[in-house]
Design a protein around this ligand. Sequence first.
Ligand SMILES: *Cc1c(COP(=O)(O)O)cnc(C)c1O
Length: 371
Amino acid sequence: MLGAFNPIPRVLMGPGPSNVSPRVLGALAKPTVGHLDPQFIQLMDEVKTLLQYAFATENEFTIALSAPGSAGMEACIVNLIEPNDKVIVCINGVFGGRLKENIERVGAQAIVIEDNWGEPVSVEKVAAAFSTHSNIKALVFVHAETSTGVCSDAKALCELAKHYDALTIVDAVTSLGGSELKVDEWGIDAVYSGSQKCLSCVPGLSPVSFSPKAVEAIKMRKTKVQSWFLDQSLVMDYWSGNGKRSYHHTAPINSLYALHEALLMLKNEGRENAWARHNRLHLRLKQGIEQLGIDFLVDEAHRLPQLNSLVIPQGVDDIKTRQYLLDTYNLEIGAGLGKLAGTTWRVGLMGETANEQNIALLLSALTDVIK
Ligand SMILES: *Cc1c(COP(=O)(O)O)cnc(C)c1O
């Protein structure tokens, strides 16, 4: 007999999704209205304003795409990059590799800057690439590499790109709401994120923001964006006001209620306070992890507070341990990704999940495992 689905609640300490608060889950259960209902249009406007706050931007074109973070990645690339453009793309983990894949699929030329997994993007290498190659359309990189737990210097990288008049496209899927991110101050032209990481909303939405310069680049395209759904010149009319909102696709209405609530919570806490909370809890976790004799993959200076890559201790079985944590403690931690599979765990302290109680649970569970 098929029946209602009743999952056992878990503590989600992996690379996302993070735990979703009852407030956000409650927002999902509110009555569905039509997507062109004036009430819903007002909600979309508020989501835009709240996203501008979260991203620290005044960009008019700041919206949530109706699809996960990967769609935000693809939207930035397919709208801003055209066939034969030259693009510098930085790879220091899984997501940088996906950016390169997106750039090549557009038919553009990817100039790849590689750094070791566990290290930040090298600003020097990017500077060298800019001085060797001319006419670079864009610099593309991941701010917070969730596959390794590294934070790269987005501010310095954007400054460099500005100097060479290149656009900047930044993956902030894991950084938004979790660590310092200043879209306008740093001069980011296109940025995308995800709802399920430090915003602690349900998965399936991708906040994006385009600077006036990026919007101009989209309007000046020589070719049509090959993806109809992700063509932002069409989506713009759906999200822009002036009473002329027209149908593009049906927005995930209740998911947007949830995002609105999650963003309100960030606004009430204050984005700087949220960054500080992630940092404080990361330091608390670090203390306990060091007491257990477990090493971090990443040098202290470049660690992300919200994503901690731990080196699996000698003699400890990766899969059995994660299964044990799930079965015994209802606690999920992330496996290593790509090259780091089997040798690292990824412990997320994102959004709702980032609290003292969860850290205490993880530390006692790991103590249990290691004994
Ligand atoms: C999670 C993540 C993505 C992809 O987001 P999805 O919502 O899973 O599609 C992209 N980039 C980074 C850095 C991520 O952490």
